[in-house]
Design a binder for this molecule. Structure first.
Ligand SMILES: Nc1ncnc2c1ncn2[C@@H]1O[C@H](COP(=O)(O)OP(=O)(O)OP(=O)(O)O)[C@@H](O)[C@H]1O
Ligand SMILES: [Mg+2]
Length: 253
């Protein structure tokens, strides 16, 4: 199982849209066995798959339970080959609880839990919160790759240095194999700001950047209301075509 964290300290940059749609495309277009982990108390990935609830277990239980029952925590989505670990506001308390519990390792709880089910999946995609906390650190420790979605605006690069530092620290201390696969330009519009921002990003050397960018398409907003992956909601939309291209680039890299 290859695990990829979708992460950025900035909010609203399309982390959830990217994670939820990459997972869907890997499962339905490429026939891969995929596990999507919603690692954000907002539960947006869970909501996009109509699986947000307070009546079942989720990510919080992996963090706080000594031997979490992964068979109960992982739930199927309505799409073949695609399962989900859901999340809700209970993650807030779980994060605090982990910080107070020093009786066992705090940063490797995802890694240990995922190891037990790794042979059931080809890919695991983790949708992270716009934050660095103990659950995002758990995600980084459990990941092979990182994708950083970026929406080009005045604040696009805020927090990037802090995120890079966190990635480097995780790499050094806990996960030497961790690999920054690339920044992904999302909500791309064909205007001067976006063209110049993309050019700048592709010319700098510190962060790798995906060739594919994701076009801004109103259909994406609509797909969140319909609670459907973009490929199901509007398969000919620019964003759907771009996410298909992105997954091809991701698989080929
Ligand atoms: N390609 C796109 N075209 C148009 N709108 C988009 C696109 N990608 C994302 N959006 C919209 O941008 C908003 C933010 O997207 P999303 O929720 O994925 O961001 P996020 O980084 O996960 O946010 P948060 O930090 O709150 O978790 C949503 O309203 C979504 O519909
Ligand atoms: Mg999100």
């Amino acid at each position: 199982m290859r695990t990829t964290s979708i992460i950025n300290l900035k909010g609203g940059v399309a982390k959830t849209i990217t994670a939820a749609n990459m997972a869907h495309i890997l499962a339905t277009v490429h026939n891969k066995k995929v596990l999507l982990i919603d690692n954000d108390k907002q539960g947006n990935s869970s909501k996009l798959y109509n699986l947000h609830s307070y009546d079942r277990q989720g990510v919080a239980d992996i963090l706080t339970t000594r031997n979490p029952c992964m068979e109960e925590i992982i739930i199927p989505t309505q799409y073949e080959n695609l399962n989900l670990i859901p999340c809700n506001m209970t993650l807030l308390k779980a994060n605090l609880q982990v910080m107070l519990d020093t009786t066992r390792p705090q940063q490797t709880r995802f890694k240990t839990a995922l190891r037990s089910i790794a042979s059931n999946y080809d890919y695991c995609i983790i949708d992270n919160a716009p934050d660095i906390n103990i659950s995002t650190i758990n995600a980084l420790v459990a990941s092979d790759d990182i994708i950083i979605p970026i929406k080009i605006d005045k604040f696009a690069f805020d927090g990037l240095a802090e995120l890079k530092e966190q990635i480097d620290n995780t790499k050094e201390d806990l996960n030497p194999e961790l690999n920054l696969k690339g920044c992904l330009i999302t909500s791309y519009q064909n205007n001067d700001v976006n063209r110049q921002g993309e050019e700048w990003l592709k010319n700098q050397k510190e962060y790798p950047v995906f060739n594919t960018h994701i076009r801004r398409t109103e259909k994406v907003d609509e797909s969140t209301f319909a609670a459907m992956p973009i490929l199901e909601y509007s398969k000919r939309s620019g964003a759907a075509l771009d996410y298909i291209k992105l997954v091809e680039e991701y698989l080929g890299k």
